[in-house]
Ligand binder design. Structure first.
Ligand code: 5AD
Ligand code: SF4
Length: 431
């Protein structure tokens, strides 16, 4: 049996792409996963290029792997940085055997034996490819519902790395999810760059099906109890979708609504397609329909042209919505994006200061949110065994919960009373 070391960076789609590669590799040979680079026959780095830092780290990491790897072991670079740098990766690091783009995952067996193969076409269409089965966690199924992204947000490299948006036919999705449910999953996470744009384009003839209709179809799968999805776009959050979110008991009450900026002027420069008012209205709607729902968001500070006043607008939205979770980033100029060519770039020191302020204020909000959890009872779906007789899972509203427990609780949804809180997670006792 060969040994595979695979490192997955970036988003949940990359995690699913890694599972797809593992599944495809196992169609041909048997691979055992290893955490030790020095014993691997194949080393895969599944990369992210959304910000500059991880790209810079890639080449130093390849250097480390070169020193550690055993004689004859192959290194493959896959994912978004593979898509965007292509051949250049092999020029800069000739020890890399192959480069496979984020939209070419299904071709892994075709190129693995070729020397210095590069497959990075962003036109390649994998939307109907029947991937072999593999799930790193059988209790929780990750499922890609679309590939690529049609938006043109001016800061984002993803349309250049993942290509045009194509939805995967709903029949295939229902089949894939049903299979995962048969294998023990009671929860599915539907994935896409822009999930609620689902159904805008299919490769083959497919009856029309939008995201709300897809949610309805998926929720009819027997044995499936929880549905999550990421990431929706605020622009496509119409009333029908929010009402489905609120009323469908299988849909977990956790929603990611990426703000990016609270300033309508900056949102325009980002080409996000919505205003501060629209964003606040959508969040207020979620809060009104589902008071117990948690809302998470992504915010970029220091986008070109962002003034102090613009940043204050972002702070204003943070105060108004009180996001339960925040992923915040300093703007990073990326190739193939128009924002990188803007001449009004923000001083990095100013951006760092804004990021600190935003994060410090959010930490205060988070402390209040988490403290209020003490004594509450959550329905937790346990999906991971931890050391020392501990077990981990998620509440319906997406909070990470730990408790004492054994294997017998895996794959079960049980009531847990919260006895301890921290910023990142809750601790409780199984009732
Ligand atoms: N700089 C900083 N953050 C970015 N993101 C996307 N592109 C950039 C960039 N150029 C952030 C966005 C997105 C998240 C996945 O990464 O907030 O929602
Ligand atoms: Fe990173 Fe975006 Fe690619 Fe995911 S889609 S790996 S977040 S660049």
């Amino acid at each position: 049996m060969k040994k595979l070391f695979i490192e997955t960076l970036g988003c949940a789609m990359n995690m699913r792409d890694s599972e797809h590669m593992i599944a495809e590799l196992n169609r041909r040979d048997s691979y055992e996963l290893t955490q030790a680079v020095d014993e691997a026959d194949l080393i895969i780095i599944n990369t992210c290029s959304v910000r500059e830092k991880p790209v810079a780290k890639l080449f130093s990491e390849i250097g480390v792997f070169n020193k550690k790897k055993k004689e004859g072991a192959k290194i493959g670079v896959c994912g978004c940085t593979a898509s965007h740098l292509g051949e250049e990766i092999i020029k800069r690091a000739p020890s890399v055997s192959f480069v496979l783009g984020a939209r070419n995952v299904s071709k892994i067996n075709e190129i693995i034996d070729k020397k210095h193969a590069v497959e990075v076409s962003t036109d390649y269409d994998e939307s109907e490819y029947d991937f072999a089965e593999y799930r790193s966690n059988p209790y929780k199924a990750l499922v890609n519902i679309s590939i690529g992204c049609d938006k043109q947000c001016t800061f984002c490299i993803v349309p250049a790395t993942r290509g045009e948006e194509v939805s995967i036919p709903s029949e295939l999705l229902v089949r894939e999810i049903s299979k995962a449910v048969e294998g023990g999953a009671r929860e599915v996470m539907l994935l896409g760059q822009n999930v609620n744009n689902y159904g805008r384009r299919f490769s083959a003839d497919e009856e029309s099906c939008n995201f709300t209709q897809l949610l309805q179809k998926v929720s009819r799968i027997e044995g499936l109890e929880r549905i999550r999805f990421t990431s929706p776009h605020p622009l496509h959050m119409d009333d029908a979708f929010l009402e489905e979110f609120a009323s469908n008991p299988k849909i977990c009450k956790q929603i990611h609504i990426p703000l990016q900026s609270g300033s309508t002027e900056i949102l325009k420069a980002m080409k996000r397609g919505y205003t501060q008012e629209w964003f606040l209205d959508r969040c207020a709607r979620v809060r009104a329909l589902v008071p117990e729902a948690t809302i998470s968001t992504d915010i970029i500070v220091g986008f070109p042209g962002e003034s102090d006043a613009d940043f204050e607008e972002t702070m204003r939205v943070l105060e108004a919505v009180r996001f339960e979770q925040l992923f915040s980033f300093k703007y990073s100029p990326r190739p193939h994006t128009t924002a990188a060519t803007h001449t009004n770039q923000v001083d990095p020191a100013v951006a760092s200061e804004r990021l600190s302020r935003l994060q410090a204020r959010h930490t205060e909000i988070l402390d209040e949110v988490m403290d209020a959890q003490l004594g509450r009872v959550h329905k937790v779906y346990f999906d991971e065994l931890k050391p020392n007789g501990r077990i981990a899972g998620r509440s319906d509203d997406g909070k990470l919960v730990f408790a004492e427990g054994s294997e017998s609780l895996l794959g079960k949804i049980v009531d847990v009373k919260i006895t301890k809180t921290s910023r990142g997670a809750l601790d409780g006792i199984v009732l």
